[in-house]
Design a protein around this ligand. Structure first.
Ligand code: ADP
Ligand code: MG
Length: 976
């Protein structure tokens, strides 16, 4: 510790050293300014071509950095009337190096990014800028596009409702703006296409992720999934099992209220709790931690909580906790957001048929795979149902809208129509709410954001809050965080937290505080953790007659308009923590938004006014708002009022960061209560003991640095916990990632290469050798060879009858046999090709390979889903489930690769020539099908996981040639 601080005195902190290292770069860029400012626009523009030529001639991007950055600054001065601050040059250099630049909210990250974007686009490979929503992508592409276009670059933006051609055009631009969702889905869709030219993306060269913590950390756990309805009868029986979950809940509630009653009786007659009463209360805590009666009891008897925790700790130390839990039907782990059904619970469910709930052991001689799947599915279904009942609250985690279960985003409180929880949880909640269970979907293609973004050759990021997660960025993405100082010193005052005993007391105080601030005109931005809480507070404010706006708008643009005005005199804005991220809160009001509003009021479309009219309106408003701005500053600037601490410090910092922009004054304070989730689950024991010491009364808060520190350490603990979960997920996902890379690589080869003949003939040989190994192995006496089976295998695989071909297994040795059959298969291939024509053969090779590959990959994804479901449930003894998962998935994958080869060959050798007309027809149908696939993403704007059908023609579907037969029984694939 001491050494650390001494070293820091001598060498400066890491952040200081980082910044010092970039200083010379800043000087060099600044030194170029005067020579550039004397150039005409025309002279400035030709710089772009000059740079490109110099790159071709052998200079590097690093050589060009100083001049390129200086040119961008000059261009921005001319077209945006903004001159990059020195700190923006620093941040720009950090982004160019493929690192994360932490720069506070409102400091100008949008402008900062123009420099590395311009520099890297000179390579002509396309630069991607990733934003958190469509609105910001559009805004930034338009706003910064002025600079790029001025310098001769093309700029594109991807929006959710865009068609293929528009997307392709946008990706072909030098710079492309879009959201993480769109980039990810386009990647997946591209890998389902049948022609290389149908793809929209052209690689992943350099990407800058804005609000990088939100995308790479908060969203890291959400995989992007393209799915289609399940083909088979895999529909799980959520509705039929629902009553069981209800029974378990009722049983448990009955049991716990009995325990509570008994414990209360003891406490009331004895004056304090006995050991037995404490155990009963602990059972309530483990079985229903949010039980209202229980929480009230804790408020009434302040020492109880500590004692209960002690009993729990004791059991934990003695490793008796799981035995203890077995008195319950199920127990709830709030930290892991999970519910476990205990043995007692399973007993209850099984009603004597215990084998229905015990997973068969693969080593058992009577083991059957079907039985295994049946039992794991049953366990999985009931597990998800119980979870839905205990942990998923209506109007907090989801709402019912138009008879559908709609997810509420935990960070923004926004509804997420069309998005579904995975792993059957959504179906379970649908069953609980008794709405129609949408057909369960099967994954056709999937990638996590983690893995999507790791594909970029160079990745960079920017955000106001990255430093707390620096380790995760480094470990998972190899991204270093560099903290860029603000342009002007930050003067916001962050007051320490105040803590109340109960939530109602807290909210009462919050309302009073808002009233107080509102009286003197100081704008207040109130952060809540859910829409439910926002609405509750809104109702209280209404009663007190405080004018306010609640931000839970459905559209980002609307949201931005509201947030933009949160700095006006007397404004009270209630928002969930992350809402309106990316929009600037200017004290006194955002002039641009106001100008647009004024024009609209005059029935003028702000997008189509002349430059002059726009400038005049801006000017007009600026004058009017000088006074308001001064008044807001006098009142103390924007006050941030947090109503609960988030699990992660980063989200709290994000909220605080909305105030104190570019050297503005401002203040912030969090209001907490002992009943807040974070306090209850993670920090309560230590905090309550501090509070005990300080003394605590109803309605009187405690304010102490010590408590803030405690809370922070609780947050650190949760952050670490969440990091572990994400890392764990990544480890599982790595397996899939490798496999996806292999499959997509193979697919790309089939698409790009005209000719697969060599490849297929090579595979034929491998397959023949494989058969020989199996039936006519070298180390086995030829007398023992299984000639019949071998003949059958060759016939089925290649349509070759060895008898008919005069190849006698008995008369040839192993080498001769191999040579003879290889020659025959080649001959057959050649004659087939001659028969149907070379072009047609090439076409069939491709179509068959792609179809077979896609079909198997889809089945493999389903198998992997099952494997993952099972792995969590299966007891592995001492074995590591991850290792087992890797082993099994590797075996499945290998099997799949073999099947793909064998099946493709079979189709090709047994191929019946298809008429040319039919071939053209099939091409057309394929085209139509493709368009259908891509069209479906448009219908569902705002949809996170568009459900689209894969382009593959199912083997059991009607053949597209119109014969009326099943595809597998028709067209190219009819056996000869
Ligand atoms: P961030 O993304 O860092 O939160 P923004 O990029 O939204 O911030 O910028 C915030 C505000 O700062 C914008 O209104 C922008 O016009 C202004 N701004 C940024 N850089 C400059 C600059 N160099 N000179 C003047 N204003 C700037
Ligand atoms: Mg921003």
């Amino acid at each position: 510790m001491i050494v650390d601080s001494i070293l820091r005195k001598i060498f400066g902190s890491k952040h200081e050293r980082d910044i010092k290292a970039i200083q010379p770069t800043v000087h060099r860029i600044n030194a170029l300014e005067s020579s550039l400012s004397s150039l005409s626009d025309q002279q400035l523009v030709v710089k772009t071509d000059e740079f490109k030529k110099r790159l071709v001639a052998g200079e590097t991007l690093e050589d060009l950095l100083y001049e390129a950055f200086a040119v961008v600054r000059e261009a921005a001065k001319r077209v945006l009337k903004m001159r990059h601050f020195d700190v923006q040059l620093m941040g720009g250099a950090v982004l160019h190096q493929g690192k994360i630049a932490e720069m506070k909210t409102g400091e100008g990250k949008t402008l900062m990014a123009t420099m590395p974007v311009y520099l890297n686009s000179l390579q002509g490979k396309g630069v991607h800028v990733i934003t958190v929503n469509d609105y910001l992508a559009r805004r930034d592409a338009e706003w910064m596009g002025k600079v790029y276009r001025f310098l001769g670059l093309s700029v594109g933006v991807i929006q959710n409702d865009m068609a293929e051609e528009e997307r392709r055009a946008a990706y072909n631009c030098d710079v492309t703006y879009g959201t993480n969702n769109e980039f990810g889905f386009d990647y997946l869709r591209d890998n389902m296409k049948f022609e290389i030219q149908d793809r929209v993306q052209r690689g992943h060269y350099y990407g800058i992720v804005d609000e990088v913590d939100s995308i790479l950390i908060d969203e890291a756990r959400t995989p992007l999934i393209i799915s289609g309805p399940v083909e088979s009868s895999q529909q799980k029986t959520y509705m039929t099992m629902r009553p069981l979950a209800v029974e378990i809940r009722d049983q448990q509630t009955k049991l716990l209220s009995q325990y509570l009653r008994e414990a209360i009786q003891v406490i009331e007659s004895n004056g304090e709790a006995t050991e037995e009463a404490l155990e009963k209360l602990l059972l309530v805590k483990r079985g229903d931690p949010k039980n209202r009666q229980y929480l009230d009891l804790l408020v009434k008897h302040r020492d109880l909580k500590k004692k209960i925790d002690q009993v729990e700790g004791q059991l934990m130390t003695n490793k008796q906790l799981s035995e203890f839990d077995n008195q319950l039907y199920c127990f709830i782990d709030e930290k892991a957001h999970n519910v476990e059904i205990s043995e007692k619970g399973r007993d209850f469910l099984a009603r004597g048929k215990m084998e229905d709930y015990i997973i068969p052991n693969p080593e058992d001689p009577n083991y059957s795979e079907e039985r295994y799947i049946e039992v794991t599915e049953r366990l999985h279904t009931i597990q998800q149902l119980v979870k839905a009942y205990w942990l998923y609250e209506k109007d907090v985690h989801y709402v019912i809208n138009e008879n559908k279960v709609m997810i509420v985003d935990e960070f923004t409180g926004r509804l997420m129509p069309g998005r579904r929880w995975g792993d059957g949880l959504h179906e379970a909640v649908e069953a609980k709410e008794r709405v129609k269970i949408e057909r369960e979907n099967q994954t056709l293609a999937t990638v996590t954001f983690q893995n999507y973004f790791r594909m970029y050759k160079k990745l960079a990021g920017m955000t106001g809050t990255a430093d707390t997660e620096a380790m995760e960025f480094s470990k998972i993405y190899s991204l270093e965080v560099v903290v860029v100082p603000p342009n002007k010193p930050m003067i916001r005052i962050d007051y320490s937290d105040v803590v109340y005993r109960t939530e109602p007391e807290k909210f009462k105080a919050v309302v009073e505080e808002i009233q107080e601030l509102n009286k003197k005109g100081q704008p207040v931005l109130v952060g809540t953790i859910s829409i439910g809480k926002s609405e509750g507070l809104s109702a209280l404010l209404k009663k007190s007659g405080v004018k306010h706006v609640v931000l839970n708008a459905k559209y980002h643009e609307k949201e931005a308009e509201i947030v933009a005005q949160a700095g006006r005199l007397g404004a009270v804005t209630i928002a969930t923590n992350m809402a309106g991220r990316g929009t600037d809160i200017v004290l006194g009001g955002n002039v641009e938004f106001l100008a647009r509003e004024r024009l609209r009021k005059k029935n003028v479309d702000p997008a189509s006014v002349s430059q002059e009219q726009w400038r005049n309106t801006l000017h007009e408003i600026e004058e009017e708002f000088q006074q308001e701005r001064a008044a807001v500053i006098a009142s103390g600037g924007l006050h941030i009022l947090g109503t609960e601490r988030h699990e992660s410090r980063r989200i709290d910092n994000q909220l605080r960061g909305r105030s104190g922009r570019q050297g503005d004054g401002g203040t912030s304070r969090f209001y907490l209560s002992l009943e807040d989730d974070l306090m209850r689950i993670f920090a309560s024991e230590k905090v309550s003991s501090i509070m005990q010491r300080l003394g605590m009364e109803e309605g009187v808060p405690i304010e102490s640095r010590l408590i803030s520190k405690r809370i922070e350490s609780a947050q650190k603990q949760v952050e670490g916990h969440n990091f572990t979960i994400r890392k764990h997920l990544l480890e599982y996902d790595d397996v899939m990632n490798q496999q996806r890379k292999t499959i997509y690589g193979l697919r790309e080869k089939f698409l790009r290469e005209e000719n697969q003949k060599e490849y297929l003939l090579g595979v034929s040989e491998d397959v023949i050798v494989g058969f020989l190994e199996a039936y006519c192995a070298e180390n086995v006496d030829p007398e023992e060879w299984n000639g019949e089976e071998f003949r059958r295998a060759v016939a089925q695989q290649f349509g070759l009858d060895l008898l008919h071909e005069n190849i006698s297994v008995k008369e040839l040795n192993r080498q001769e046999l191999e040579a003879a059959i290889v020659a025959k298969t080649q001959e057959k291939y050649e004659s087939k090709e001659e028969n149907i024509g070379t072009e047609s053969m090439r076409f069939h090779e491709r179509v068959i390979l792609l179809n077979v590959l896609d079909g198997h990959w889809k089945d493999h994804l389903l198998a992997m889903d099952h494997l993952k479901e099972g792995i969590g449930l299966r007891g592995y003894g001492q074995r590591d489930p991850l290792v087992e998962y890797k082993k099994e998935s590797f075996a499945t994958f290998e099997q799949m690769m073999n099947s793909i080869e064998e099946e493709s060959l079979r189709y090709l050798y047994l191929l019946q020539p298809m008429e040319e007309k039919e071939r053209v027809r099939e091409m057309e149908r394929r085209q139509q099908k493709q368009e259908m696939v891509l069209g479906s993403s448009q219908e569902e704007s705002e949809v996170r996981k568009p459900v689209i059908r894969g382009p593959k023609i199912g083997r059991n579907e009607r053949c597209p040639c119109g014969s009326g037969k099943k595809y597998k029984k028709c067209c190219a694939l009819t056996p000869a």
